[in-house]
Ligand binder design. Sequence first.
Ligand SMILES: [Fe+2]
Ligand SMILES: [Fe+2]
Length: 545
Amino acid sequence: MQKNLEWEKGNMFSKRSVETDVLIKKLLKCAVSGTGIHEEFKCMLKQIAAFVRASVGSLLLLMDDGSLQFVAVYGGKEGIIGERLPPGSGIAGVVAESLRPIISNNPSEDERWAKEFAVSIGYIPENILAVPVMTGNKIVGVLEVLNKHGGFNKEDLKLISSVIPILSSVVEKVRLYYVNQKEIERLRALIDISLKLGGMLDLQTLLEGIMETAKEALDAEASSIFMIDKERNDLYFVAATGEKKESLKEIRVPWGKGIVGWVAEHGRTLYVPDVSKDERFYSKVDEKTKFITKSIIAVPLWKKSEIIGVAEVLNKKGGGTFTVEDITVFEAIAKHASIAIENASLYKELEDLFRNAIMLVVNAIEAKDPYTKGHTARVTKYSMLIARTFKMSAEQRRALELAALLHDVGKIGIPDSVLLKPGKLTEEEYALIKEHPSRGAKIMEPLKIPEVIEGILHHHEKYDGSGYPDGIKNGDIPFNARIIAVADAFDAMTTDRPYRKGLPLEEAIRRLKKDSGTHFDPEIVQAFLDVLEVRREEIIKTISS
Ligand SMILES: [Fe+2]
Ligand SMILES: [Fe+2]
C-alpha cells in the first residue's frame, strides 16, 4: 500500500502566498479568455501543473450517475476526454468517494489505481496527486496532476489545495455547460427551423403584391382584400392598393353590407358595372376614404369549403368597363391570394409551435433561478410591444423576438454560486456575470443572424457608452439591443430580487425617465412610456406573471 498523505484540515484554505495569488490571476485569465470551455480548462491545467512542476494535468467531472468524466487534459492523452471512470473506480474514484486527496508515487503498485483503464488508453503515469474539487460541501469533480520528477509531496498538496476554491467555481461552470449543452443544441435546431418558416410569413406584403398585380393587370384604379372577422361579425381590410389605401386600414364593413358583404354571404363572384344603380352598394366606405367607387368586381376567397374573405378591384381606368376576361383573370388572382392566406395560416401554426418549444427550453434554462423565472418571457413581451410602435418589417420583428428570447442565454455558463448569490458580488464574480452577453452571442453564433446575435451581445450597453461589453454608444448600439435594454431594465426594476422587493410601477417609470438619454435611447423610452399608458392593466398583469 502506498503512503497516503492524510488530508489535513486547514490545508484547503491555507494562507495564500504571493505565488498562489499570481497563479489565481493566471487561472482567472484562462477562465475568461473566451476560447471555449475545453481550451480554457486546458490553459488552467497547464498553469496548475507548472505550479507544482508536474508535466500532466487532468480534470474529471462528477456526473449524475456517480461516474467521473474526463473533461480536460493538459500534457497527456487528450483522447480520453469524454471517457468515464465508473463510480469508485481508480484513484480519482476513491478521492471522489472519500473526499480526501491522494498522493500515489508509484501507481502501478497501488491497488486503488485503475490499471485496466490505464492499459486500455495506453497510458501509465509515473505518479499522481489527486484532490477533490468541492463547491461548499458538495463534490463536483477531481483534479489530478501527474508525472512530477521525483514524486509529489505534502507541499505540492498544500499548493494545489490553495487554488481549489477558484477552480471549483469554474468547474461548476463546466458542469453547467455539460448539463445545458443538449438544451442549447435543441434550442439551435428549433430556432433554425423557425427561421426557415419565418421567411414565408409576411402575408401582408405578399397580399399587397398580389393586389398590386391585379390592379395593373386589370387596368384598375384600386384593389383590396377583406377578411371575415367571425367574432366581430364584420369584414376588415388586410391589403389594399391605390391612392386611398392608408385610410382603408381602419375601416370595417358590417356583415351582410355592401357588395363585399353580399359576396361573402353568397360565395359568388359579383360584377357591378355601375354601383350607383345597385342597392347593395355600401357608400360609407367611400364617405370615409373620399374615393369614388364606380364599378366593382368582387370575388370570394375560400379556404377549403369555407369563405374567409373577399378580393375586389375597383374602377377601370379611363372610365371604361371591365370585361369578361378581366373577371376571369381576377378570379385566378384571387385564387392565388387564397392559397397564400392558407399557407400563411399553416406557417403561423407551425411558427407558434416552434416559438412555444423555444420558450420551453429557455424556461428550463432559467428555472434554476427563482428570481429570474419568467424574466425572458416578460422581456420578450415588453420588447415586442415597443417594436409595434416602430415601423419594422415582419422579419425585423422576428429577429428582435429571438434576440429577446435568448438575451440571457449566456448565463447558463455562470455558476449558481455566483448567479444566485444574495450578497454583494466580488470583482471577479461580477466580471463573470458581465460575460453573459458575449457568451450568449457565441452560443448563438452558428445561427448566423446578425440582428439576433447583436441584440444578445449588446443588451447591456448604455446609451452614453458606459455599458458593456464594448462600451459603444447612441446609434452605434444595435436597435434591437437598445429595445431589449429598456425592456430588461424595466423587468429587473419591477420584479422581486433576492435583496429587494420589486419597485412600484410609478417608481420604475420615474427611473426610466431619469435614465433616458444616459442609459437608454430616449426614443425607445418614450415608445415604452406610450405603451405603458395605453396598456397599463396588461403590463401590471405581466409584471406579476
Ligand atoms: Fe442580461
Ligand atoms: Fe435579462
